[in-house]
Design a protein around this ligand. Structure first.
Ligand code: MN
Length: 742
């Protein structure tokens, strides 16, 4: 096991001003925390974080990252806490260690190989700092190196996951060394037979050609020397996995691949690269179509090199890579190497003006790496952020069984349920997020585990259609509610028609209605009932269609009809205000102390938007107005549109309700119901029986068969309000209930 001073020496070799105290503290803390824990092979557990740290010193990372490597398993596997780490090492390091703790979840859920791409995205989304990814890669590399000690049944899964996710990620970050080793180790465990065959073949081939290889090497060196180019020429060992992949991909036999020899020529300057290329091309004939200039056009991950293939002295094919030492460092250690290479070689590694001039220093390359990872996005924009917000438009959540569900940002448990299964969405009545019961309108965050609570015979509330953000959920809600709504409308139509016929003194039956279909230009009785229920068809017109001689008294006395119906047992017309006797107007809530909201400082005055109707459980937002303080709106309030462009006025606020809350909150409903005596009484009675207070009521419009009223109720919270809405909606006389916000 590496000693404390050895680790320090390694870091100070490339970073002379290393913060020794930080490294020493992290070393001792992690060692003490892991204590007597051991790994599968019997080694002290601490040897693992130490090896991970050592891998990262090869990448020449800063001491903060090395410290995080030492601490990376402490929160998950010991009694260490985020708080303690924050206190000892600062919040930055605490956040990085926590990021790694979160990533552990990924290892638990990746059984489904098909989710590779999602997992890769989750990895990037959860890891909000590229250093988390680097530590994670090193962690995985060490785990792969010691995979032999893991129970055999677990190895294939871990190796597959490494091949699917971590090796490509290392490649994407330009860390070829780690990528190669991860692929090598995964291949060994995933396909031991092929691994053994290819490796043995390669060894044989090497033995056989050892003289040929050194003669080519010699030949190349001499030619370059003759032209005064300082160069080191090395033969490249073929890697078993890349040979195997070529065989698979191009359906080639090993023999067909065996006549290729690889060499790397490393020179000082970009200019020398092209001069060396010229010499190679004039000395040997080239294989057509194999020349690639990645110096003038670097690969997406920053890789630069010239590739060419020539026919060598004994007619064998010789693959050449020509690059500068700096380019080589970048190819092996990723873009990280670039800035650090400059530091170590005292800055003079000028490789030409065509290279992006990264900010020097550690954070410079971190940012560059982020930009590269964000390939396709606008890099300028990205450089302004040090966070890895690669998938701003997506969130990744888990089912209780660990299945990963990718959703658009802003998605709710409703979307989640429909994403899992339509049936799950239709029967959803509530949810638990990370084990806690939460409203189904809660916005989901990366890594949330969502447990959908179901009930049988449930119809999703129509309001969900506007809450859901995914097309799948919306379409499914519409389908499910359409059927239920259709049934409700025809039931309502039946009620309206029965009464209309009764008023007219005529007989009502389905057969009777049948006779009027033609005159009504409707195809079926069902259609007539639904049309009446929806208010598209007036009941008296139906009566007239069936009994053409019938004269509607109500139409002739239209002006008096409403009052004479005795709606409330009092005279009135559309537009009246109905006050419930004995109730005071709800008290104005204007001081910070009396308003149960968190997220503002105590000296700011807080009030609810007058027509906002926010109730606990609503997602809320505060709008700051200079001189007026903070106004709270529910997130669905249309009034918020006015503030859309004024980001600086928006304030994140949360409810701060304790269990003993005895305060009610106002909400506004618009109810459309059958226009007949007793309707209001039924609704008022229902509200009262459900512990709701009607604060005021206003008739909005009345039509022949329907009346629309605006009811201001006072409720305890969103759950209570939703129950009220459900109950009112369940009344036979009611066609529609909507919650509205001013
Ligand atoms: Mn680990």
């Amino acid at each position: 096991m590496m000693r404390q001073y050895e680790l320090l020496e390694r870091v100070s070799a490339y970073k002379p001003d290393v913060d020794e105290n930080l490294l020493n503290k992290a070393y001792v803390y992690a060692m003490q925390k892991h204590g007597s824990q051991t790994r599968a092979n019997g080694d002290p557990y601490f040897s693992h974080p130490l090896e991970v740290a050592a891998i990262l010193t090869d990448l020449r990372l800063d001491e903060a990252t090395i410290a995080v490597a030492l601490l990376h398993d402490t929160i998950e596997d010991t009694d260490a806490t985020r708080k303690e780490i924050d206190e000892l090492f600062g919040e930055d390091i605490g956040a990085l260690v926590e990021g790694l703790t979160k990533l552990k979840r990924i290892d638990m859920v990746s059984k489904e190989a098909r989710q590779g791409e999602n997992l890769r995205r989750l990895l990037l989304a959860v890891a909000d700092d590229v250093r988390v990814l680097l530590v994670k890669l090193a962690d995985r590399l060490h785990n792969m190196r010691t995979l032999n000690f893991v129970p055999v049944e677990k190895r294939a899964r871990i190796a597959q996951e490494t091949m699917d996710i971590y090796a490509p990620l290392a490649g994407r970050m330009g860390i070829q060394d780690i990528r190669d080793e991860l692929e090598h180790l995964s291949f060994m465990h995933l396909n031991p037979t092929a691994f053994k065959t290819v490796t043995e073949h390669l060894e044989e081939l090497h033995e056989k050609n050892v003289d040929l290889i050194s003669s080519i090497e010699q030949d190349l060196s001499t030619k370059l020397q003759d032209h005064k180019i300082a160069a080191s020429v090395t033969s490249r060992e073929k890697r078993a996995y890349s040979v195997f992949r070529k065989m698979e991909r191009r359906a080639l036999s090993f023999e067909q691949l065996s006549d290729i020899f690889g060499f790397r020529i490393i020179v000082d300057t970009t200019e020398d690269c092209y001069r060396a290329l010229g010499i190679v091309h004039t000395s040997w004939s080239t294989v057509p179509g194999r020349f690639k200039d990645y110096i003038s056009t670097p690969k997406g991950n920053g890789y630069q090199s010239i590739h060419t293939t020539v026919v060598g002295p004994s007619n064998e094919r010789v693959e050449l890579q020509i690059r500068t030492a700096e380019m080589n460092a970048v190819a092996e250690h990723g873009i990280a190497a670039h800035a650090l290479y400059k530091d170590v070689t005292n800055g003079d590694a000028s490789s030409g003006a065509d290279r992006v001039d990264w900010d020097s220093g550690v954070y410079g390359w971190l940012r560059s790496t982020i930009a590269l990872l964000a390939e396709g996005d606008n890099p300028d924009e990205f450089l302004e952020h040090t966070k890895l917000e690669l998938f701003l438009d997506q969130v990744f959540c888990f089912t209780p069984k660990g299945r990963l569900i990718a959703l658009p940002r802003g998605a709710t448990p409703i979307d989640f349920a429909y994403a899992v299964h339509t049936e799950l969405g239709d029967s959803c009545v509530g949810c638990k997020i990370n084990g806690r019961i939460m409203p189904v309108v809660t916005e989901l965050h990366n890594g949330d585990e969502v447990d959908v609570i179901r009930a049988k015979g449930q119809v999703p509330p129509t309001a969900w259609e506007s809450i859901a953000v995914t097309g799948k959920a919306r379409a499914a809600i519409r389908r499910a509610t359409k059927k239920a709504v259709q049934e409700q409308y025809s039931g309502l139509g039946t009620t309206i028609l029965e009464r209309a016929f009764e008023r007219a003194g005529k007989t009502y039956s389905v057969d009777v209605l049948q006779s009027g279909l033609k005159r009504l230009a409707r195809k079926s009785v069902e259609e007539v009932l639904a049309a009446v229920g929806r208010g598209e068809l007036i009941s008296s017109d139906v009566v007239k269609a069936v009994y053409p001689d019938y004269q509607d008294e109500r139409v002739t006395q239209k002006s008096k009809s409403f009052a004479s119906d005795g709606w409330f047992g009092m005279k009135g017309a559309a537009g009246i205000i109905f006050k419930v006797p004995g109730r005071k107007k709800s008290k104005p809530k204007s001081t910070a102390a009396s308003i149960p909201i968190r997220g503002h400082s105590k000296d700011q005055s807080v009030r609810f938007a007058p027509d906002g109707g926010a109730v606990p459980g609503d997602r809320i937002v505060g709008i700051m107005t200079p001189g007026e303080g903070i106004t709270i709106y529910p997130i669905q309030s249309p009034a918020l549109q006015a503030f859309e462009d004024r980001n600086d006025q928006w304030l994140d606020v949360r409810w701060d309700i304790d269990e003993n809350n005895h305060e009610r909150f106002p909400a506004r409903l618009v109810v459309t119901a059958i226009n007949e005596p007793g309707t209001l009484a039924k609704i008022a009675d229902l509200v009262a029986r459900n512990d709701g207070n009607i604060h005021s009521l206003e008739m909005v419009t009345t039509a022949a068969d329907f009346t629309k009223m605006q009811i201001d109720v006072e409720v305890w919270d969103l759950k209570h309000l939703n129950r009220l809405i459900r109950e009112i909606r369940g009344l036979k006389i009611v066609s529609r209930v909507e919650r509205v916000n001013g």
